[in-house]
Design a protein around this ligand. Structure first.
Ligand code: G1P
Ligand code: ZN
Length: 551
């Protein structure tokens, strides 16, 4: 056994974003680039910096990714580096594949010290696409900011990394192999996750529905959930063969953009909005943590989906005793707040990114969490979970026996409707995007009390969050402008993009008048949208006269 110590020099661009380090594949293929970051994770674990308790020696690490291009070579490098770092054991998904929620499940189940997840989520893959790497801690969730900051600090002064000199492991053969002194166990990617899902939902009832007339279409978008969805929906729950579309994971996602929204999940949208549409449609993203829910000819916004799951949680075995609380990211609509108020439980508002939910879940303060960006989940793991959300909906549908549209419309009648839309402007020149932010920030102090037609500004600020569990403060988490009638505009720059800047503008308004609940969404939000244009001059700053994606 020979451990190589390799001299290296720092890269200046290894700061993790909203969800780990994301760069193009060619960036990750630069000599030492991946290795520097992995060694920085291991060094951070060892030093305990940022509260990353511990020591690699003798520990178990989980490794898995969404199967995109470079997943396999990166897995081999990480295994050899883990062996050199002293880990006793690595559990890795077959073929190097674990969906992000499955990785979170496996970390928790086997009490690993943490896990390395190889994914750029919904970003396109392939030799010119994106790749990503993120570290999850022992609770199964994304490392908190203190830890990612410590990893970043380490990347800035790293001068060497270590790697076992060894042949590659056969990642396609299940079972245990020694890699030098370290045990590598190649595990089935689906088994542990499926077992967890069976413990949460009423599989018998869902099965009865799926074996009857109810038809389901699940679009895995040639990404990681293909094998999970086929095993769970078709093989276990009896959905008709072919219910899972695009179910074979491909390294380039079939050249698609594996983001489950109305634009990119076009195959599914065509089916659900076409003639003879099935009863229910769902899609998930590259790494399986996002979900989109559709009914026949009907789109459920992720914000509404969170609120509806919360309102119906008692119909699901795992949540039959009720919820401790709900959390949503700041830009997510306030529909969930209304459900929480009615249930008499707390609703927390956190910055964008799943990592902010971890402490609340660990402390038992919240059961369900969600983001407007097609992310929903619960305390069963510490990541958002696409297929979990689909099963949750199926469980509700099986119990209520109504259509998706009926359930959503009844929800609006009971709680009121939060109209909601997000406009993305992708690939904006970075300095122009920064100018826009500076302009709005500059105007903010003058806004409260100001009137724009019938809209009066109630507050305008840059969102700042204090974690109620560990007291950590995160500032500059998005500019929000709230109006007296409850409408909101939020603007922020994406922290996950890899090309230029992406401006996200979020719009929300509320009505409890049942006669006003069926207006076309863009029309219902036209007021806040034109105020945003007036304040931020989005068109001239972005050089675009319309968003690249509207959801
Ligand atoms: C985006 C979403 C955010 C989500 C993240 C990771 O981040 O907006 O809600 O947690 O992807 O999936 P953003 O690009 O906006 O920083
Ligand atoms: Zn994802």
């Amino acid at each position: 056994m020979n451990i190589l110590t390799i001299a290296t020099t720092p890269f200046s661009d290894q700061k993790p974003g909203t969800s780990g380090l994301r760069k193009s594949v060619p960036d990750f293929q630069k000599p030492h680039y991946l290795e520097n970051f992995v060694q920085s994770i291991f060094d951070t674990i060892t030093s305990g910096a940022g509260g990353a308790i511990g020591n690699c020696t003798g520990q178990t690490l989980v490794v898995g990714g969404d199967g995109r291009y470079y997943n396999r070579p990166a897995s081999q490098i990480i295994l050899k580096m883990a062996a050199a770092a002293g880990f006793a054991q690595v559990k890795i998904g077959k073929g190097g594949i674990l969906s992000t929620p499955a990785a979170s499940c496996v970390i928790r189940k086997y009490q690993a010290i943490g896990g390395i997840i190889l994914s750029a989520s919904h970003n396109p893959g392939g030799p010119d696409g994106d790749f990503g790497i993120k570290y999850n801690t022992g609770n199964g969730g994304p490392a908190p900011e203190k830890v990612t900051e410590a990893i970043y600090a380490r990347t800035k002064n790293i001068d060497k990394y270590q790697m076992l000199e060894a042949a590659d492991i056969d990642l396609d053969r299940l079972g245990k192999t020694m890699l030098g002194p370290m045990l590598v166990e190649v595990i089935d990617s689906v088994t542990d996750y499926q077992e967890l899902m069976e413990s949460l939902f009423d599989f018998d009832r869902i099965q009865t529905m799926l074996k009857g007339n109810f038809r389901l279409a699940m679009d895995s978008m040639h990404a990681v959930t293909g094998p999970y969805a086929t095993a769970i929906f078709e093989q276990r729950l009896g959905a008709a063969k072919g219910s899972v579309m695009n179910g074979v994971p491909l390294e380039d996602f079939g050249k698609g953009h594996p983001d489950p929204n109305l634009v990119y999940a076009h195959d599914l949208v065509k089916v659900l909005f076409g003639s003879n549409a099935p009863d229910f449609g769902a899609a998930s993203d590259g790494d399986g943590d996002r979900n989109m829910i559709l009914g026949r000819n009907f789109f459920v916004t992720p914000s509404d989906s969170l609120a509806i799951l919360a309102a119906n949680a008692k119909l699901v075995p795992a949540y039959k005793d009720g919820l401790a609380g709900i959390a949503r990211s700041m830009p997510t609509s306030q529909a969930a707040d209304r459900v929480a108020a009615k249930l008499g439980i707390d609703c927390y508002e956190t910055p964008t990114g799943w990592k902010f939910f971890g402490n609340l879940m660990d402390a038992g303060k919240v059961t369900l969490c969600g983001e407007e960006s097609f992310g929903t989940g619960s305390n069963h793991i510490r990541e958002k979970d696409g297929l979990w959300a689909v099963l949750f909906w199926l469980n509700i549908l099986a119990v209520r026996g109504e259509s998706v549209e009926q359930i959503v419309k009844e929800h609006w009648r009971t709680y009121g409707r939060n109209y909601y839309s997000r406009h993305d402007y992708e690939g904006v020149a970075v300095d122009r995007a920064n100018d826009l932010v500076a302009k709005v920030q500059g105007a903010m102090p003058t806004l409260p009390g100001k009137k724009f037609g019938s809209y009066e500004v109630a507050y305008a600020d840059d969102f700042s969050y204090t974690d109620s569990i560990d007291g950590s403060v995160s500032t500059k988490q998005g500019m929000r402008i709230g109006f007296v009638d409850g409408s909101r505009i939020v603007m922020r720059l994406s922290g996950t993009g890899t090309q230029g800047a992406t401006l996200r503008a979020y719009f929300e308004s509320f009505t409890d008048d049942v006669n006003q609940q069926n207006i076309e969404v863009q029309q219902a939000l036209a007021g806040p949208m034109s105020i945003a244009e007036e304040l931020a001059q989005i068109k001239s700053h972005t050089g675009m006269d319309k968003p690249t994606v509207i959801t």
